[in-house]
Design a protein around this ligand. Structure first.
Ligand code: ZN
Length: 397
């Protein structure tokens, strides 16, 4: 059996051990050690990283009570010096202990029980048995404040196997899954929280630094709460600050004025788009009037759009012509691409959609639509031929 050094000393980052066995796991060399400070993935906390005898540790997994250290190179043998990726491990201790405090705060303040915990590379989440609708911003701030109160109180944290007598006296937040190891926050006589857990925890709550609740969302019948602890809070603030500064620079305002400036910008953009649409329709109406002044029969023309993509111009012009009782067979070029739009007044007759489909096929493209209006596109090379084909099929009506 491997001696689990992380249980007694979660701060141990360098140790000496013997390689007791070399195996293959998931196509990689893996070693078992006589003793290890590497935490194997479990209880929502990822496995540690680091090096064993100078070989990178890619993951640490527990299988059947054995701790497998998966390596990125040939397995060493005999006596080895081992070193943990300490910043990563300490980050996990901050996140994991922060989770204990947060779960306890959700239970105290909101009566919400934690059903699962995930510690990810970027985000940490807990799933609660309380509907997300009952976790409004005010409630989340209240829980967050209660949680940080426990952090700032810098309470002692004890993580060890408890005697049956101790277990019987402590109000455990959840059932023990295996073993009798419990993480107790505060004094044993009146603990703030006591929860069975085999993870790695700091000695005092103050080492968590701070806990920030980011958001709550629906997760089945319950909710999922995203949060950050310790150094991740500082890193997230830096990222958020950069984003706000970038947005403020783009909107030419100071960061505190962002919500107002963004709302104003969005409103102005919407108004400008509506105005552009209105102008384009007026222009299309005028263009249709000019085209309708020509000889009777289908109006066949290759147009030059005043702005934007060809299809956005052809459609309103074709519709305006159809509204004037004319058959429209229109095309335009978008660089190497050719766009088609055919329209005709309502009533019986050949289908504009079918006519576009056939004409677009000449361009090696696709098209279709209703009997009154069809659109299509393809390569621009044979655009004149496609318009002539459209004229022939729609004039037949
Ligand atoms: Zn835990």
């Amino acid at each position: 059996m491997t001696e689990r050094l992380y249980l007694d000393d979660p701060y141990l980052r360098r140790f000496e051990a013997e390689v007791t066995e070399v195996r293959q796991a998931g196509g990689r060399p893996a070693v078992l050690l006589s003793r290890t400070a590497f935490y194997p993935e479990g209880g929502g906390q990822p496995g540690d990283r680091g090096a064993i005898g100078g070989v990178a540790v890619l993951d640490v997994q527990e299988k059947g009570g054995e701790i497998l250290h998966l390596l990125g190179g040939p397995a060493p043998s005999g006596a080895v010096s081992c070193e943990l990726d300490w910043p990563r491990r300490f980050d996990h201790m901050q996140q994991h202990h922060g989770q204990h405090l947060l779960s306890a705060a959700f239970e105290r303040v909101a009566g919400a029980r934690t059903v699962s915990f995930h510690l990810g590379e970027a985000a940490c989440t807990i799933d609660l048995d309380l509907a997300a609708a009952r976790l409004g911003p005010a409630r989340l701030r209240e829980v967050e404040a209660a949680c940080n109160e426990a952090v700032f109180a810098d309470l002692p944290v004890t993580a060890r196997d408890l005697s049956p007598g101790e277990l019987a006296r402590l109000p455990l937040r959840k059932e023990a899954v295996k073993g009798s190891r419990v993480v107790v926050v505060g004094a044993f006589e009146s603990p703030l929280d006591a929860s069975p857990c085999g993870g790695t925890h700091p000695r005092r709550t103050g080492e968590v630094g701070a806990v920030a609740v980011l958001r709550a969302s629906r997760q089945g019948e319950g909710s999922r709460v995203e949060f950050l602890c310790g150094a991740r809070v500082v890193a997230a603030l830096a990222v958020a600050g950069e984003r706000l500064a970038g947005a403020a620079a783009a909107l030419r305002c100071a960061p505190p004025e962002l919500p107002e400036a963004a709302a104003r910008g969005a409103e102005e953009a919407l108004r400008a788009r509506k105005e552009a649409e209105r102008l384009l329709l007026a222009l299309a109406e005028a263009e249709a009037g000019r085209l309708a002044a020509g000889p009777p029969g289908p109006v066949v023309a290759e147009l030059t759009p005043p702005s934007g993509p060809a299809a956005g111009w052809l459609r309103p012009v074709a519709s305006a012509l159809a509204a004037k009782g004319r058959v429209a067979v229109l095309g335009a070029r978008d660089g190497e691409r050719g766009a088609l739009c055919f329209a005709r007044p309502p009533g019986p007759g050949p289908s504009a959609g079918e006519a576009v489909r056939a004409a677009a096929a000449l361009l090696g493209g696709k098209g279709g639509g209703s009997p009154e209006l069809g659109q299509g596109s393809g390569a621009a090379g044979r655009l004149a031929e496609a318009l002539e084909a459209g004229r022939a099929s729609l004039a037949a009506g």
